[in-house]
Design a protein around this ligand. Structure first.
Ligand code: F6R
Length: 593
């Protein structure tokens, strides 16, 4: 039981609304809320040599005890935990009810144990019953089955939701990501779609759904268990913001040849020649990763001269995008498991398009399914709000810009300049972080407001969007990001003394325009908090509050301007006493559509 409970705790960052555990022969306990509420309900005698446990993030059916996993068949001998969505659950449920099955929850998942029960009666073999069940269902799943009759055996299946095996000494594990496994073993095998794994404490075997044996050697996970601890910080979000300098260093490590103005990207070597001929890039991501992609658009167009479009995965996958052999798709994803981004990649691959990834999680589905790419090396990000991953994503996009730019028209001088400026970034982020108490008092001062406008232009337009997203997701206050030039086409109407604006206005090619936009807000008696890198009289006179970050190249300025906004959102949520690391309604890894 402790292994399962610890495992759930290390997965809590992915989002939850209820939790549950089942130990063959000992029983099941489920609770609404986090692992803490489950723990408080656990009887001492819930012990065993094997078991399954789950954290649920509701899709079908409210977060109630009845809807929490694990779910069981009528006899209470076959149990399952499941991530994903069974799309045809209603018709299956109706059929099973007609056959006399009794359902106890409103979830889509519950059809799984009942179907296995149905087939087990004929097959008398759990693996076969599971495989037959899979033929009946449509949708996505990463699921684990166990039967009281064979308590030492766990069966995992995967179609669209991650499953990883951990291979230990006399003990084996199954989880949806490596974090709960790490404290027991670093040897893991990632299951692929269409595969089933059968483990016992001393054996493991992988099969296709046609029961062909799959031989795959384990790989070593680099992440250490310490990386997924708070390390003295009150919250993961703060720890991860503070890791910014180190994260940029890790993303850059070994990838710059400064005197030649080059980026050396091992993950792109295999496609390097193909990339010379690329005429268009489509960047796909969701949320924060999408905003990183928007920064990439400005960089790649300005410095590599390649037309770029950026789109959220959830829209791209349902469009009929026009792509030819000179187009590539670049997916940006921290988790490497975001369903919408993954489907966008698959759609592009169906059309024969080369796909690249900027992914943080080695071994993740997006990392495996893209043709080539750049790993972030940002380390595990546990706080639900993405912070350090964003810094790393924009850094990786700058590396890609240098790589593609130098394949094209970018001069040696420009290449050297970008490389040098990139190397200086960690120290500059450090300077911003050392001023974190100022952000804390500003957050306190502004925490009485319920509405915010964030504005920026060009490279810092995406930062306005990201700053607003950070604030709304951890503080639950209304924050809108807007291109500063768009303000007078609508959003300006909202401005009054109770509707402050956060303006990102570094001294760059659009600085004067930003100053005019700030003046427009001041003329409407709006309060303005300005993030800049120039402490001139002009801004001092206009701004109600001013945060000054170090100077860098315009294209790299988002990496610096975003940091105060991350701190501002963090302290704002802390001020409101909210659960910063696990905002309500959100999950870290969005493996459902
Ligand atoms: C916001 C946030 C989300 C993620 C988005 C994509 O702070 O964390 O918007 O950025 O869900 O996730 P990944 O990068 O894992 O694909």
């Amino acid at each position: 039981m402790p292994i399962l409970i610890d495992g759930l705790t290390s997965l809590e960052y992915r989002g939850y609304d209820s939790a549950g555990i089942y130990i063959p022969g000992a029983g099941s306990v489920r609770a609404v809320g986090a692992v803490g509420s489950l723990k408080s309900k656990l009887p001492k005698n819930l012990k065993g040599e094997s078991g399954i446990a789950h954290l649920r993030w509701a899709t079908h059916g409210e977060p109630t005890v009845a809807n929490a996993h694990p779910h069981r068949d009528c006899s209470g001998t076959i149990w399952v935990v499941h991530n994903g969505i069974i799309e045809n659950h209603q018709e299956l449920r109706d059929k099973l009810i007609k056959e006399g099955h009794k359902f106890l929850s409103k979830t889509d998942t519950e059809v799984l144990p009942h179907l296995v029960e149905h087939y087990f009666k004929k097959e008398k073999d759990l693996e076969r019953a599971v495989l037959k069940t899979l033929r009946d269902i449509r949708g996505t799943y990463g699921a684990v089955f166990v039967s009281e009759q064979e308590p030492d055996k766990l069966i995992a299946v995967r179609m669209g939701a991650p499953v990883v095996l951990g291979l230990g000494d006399g003990e084996n594990f199954i989880a949806s990501d490596p974090s709960p496994i790490l404290r027991h073993t670093k040897n893991v095998i990632y299951l692929q779609d269409g595969e089933m794994a059968v483990i016992t404490p001393t054996s493991h075997a992988i099969y296709t759904f046609d029961r062909a044996r799959v031989r795959r050697s384990p790989e070593k996970v680099e992440w250490s268990p310490e990386q997924i601890q708070k390390g003295g910080f009150k919250h993961f979000m703060l720890k991860e913001i503070m890791e910014g300098p180190e994260v940029i260093e890790n993303t850059l490590r070994g990838r710059l040849v400064v005197d030649k103005g080059l980026a050396k990207l091992g993950g792109l070597e295999s496609v390097s020649e193909k990339l010379r001929g690329v005429k268009r890039i489509i960047i796909v991501g969701c949320g924060t990763a999408y905003y990183a992609g928007l920064v990439g658009e400005y960089m790649l167009e300005e410095y590599a001269g390649i037309p770029v479009e950026v789109e959220v995965g959830s829209e791209f996958r349902y469009r009929k995008p026009v792509m030819d052999s000179e187009t590539i798709l670049l997916a940006v994803s921290q988790s490497g498991e975001t369903a919408d981004t993954l489907e966008a990649i698959r759609e592009a691959k169906r059309k024969g398009i080369l796909t690249l990834g900027i992914v943080n999680t080695v071994g993740s589905t997006i990392a495996r399914e893209t043709d080539a790419g750049i790993f972030n090396h940002a380390g595990p990000e546990i706080g639900v709000a993405s912070t350090k991953a964003f810094l790393s994503q924009v850094t990786a996009l700058a590396l890609l810009t240098l790589f593609l730019g130098r394949q094209r028209q970018m001069s040696l001088v420009t290449g050297k300049r970008i490389a040098k400026e990139l190397l200086d970034l960690p120290e500059k982020v450090d300077i911003i972080l050392s001023d974190h108490q100022k952000l804390r008092s500003l957050a306190r001062k502004y925490s009485k407001y319920d509405d915010f406008l964030y504005i920026g232009r060009k490279y810092n337009y995406p930062i306005a969007l990201e700053g607003a997203l950070k604030l709304k997701e951890v503080s639950y206050v209304h924050a809108e990001g807007c291109g500063a030039g768009e303000m007078k086409h609508g959003p300006l109407a909202m401005i009054d003394p109770n509707f402050p604006t956060v303006a990102i206005a570094p001294k760059d090619s659009v600085y004067e325009k930003m100053v005019s936009n700030i003046q427009e807000i001041k003329a409407r008696k709006g309060k303005v908090l300005v993030i800049t890198n120039r402490e001139g009289k002009e801004l001092r006179a206009l701004a109600d509050d001013l945060i000054v970050v170090p100077k860098t190249l315009e294209m790299l300025s988002p990496i610096l301007t975003v940091v105060p906004l991350q701190l501002f959102a963090y302290y704002f949520a802390v001020e409101k006493g909210l659960n910063v690391d696990r905002p309500r309604n959100l999950a870290k890894s969005v493996t459902v559509e």
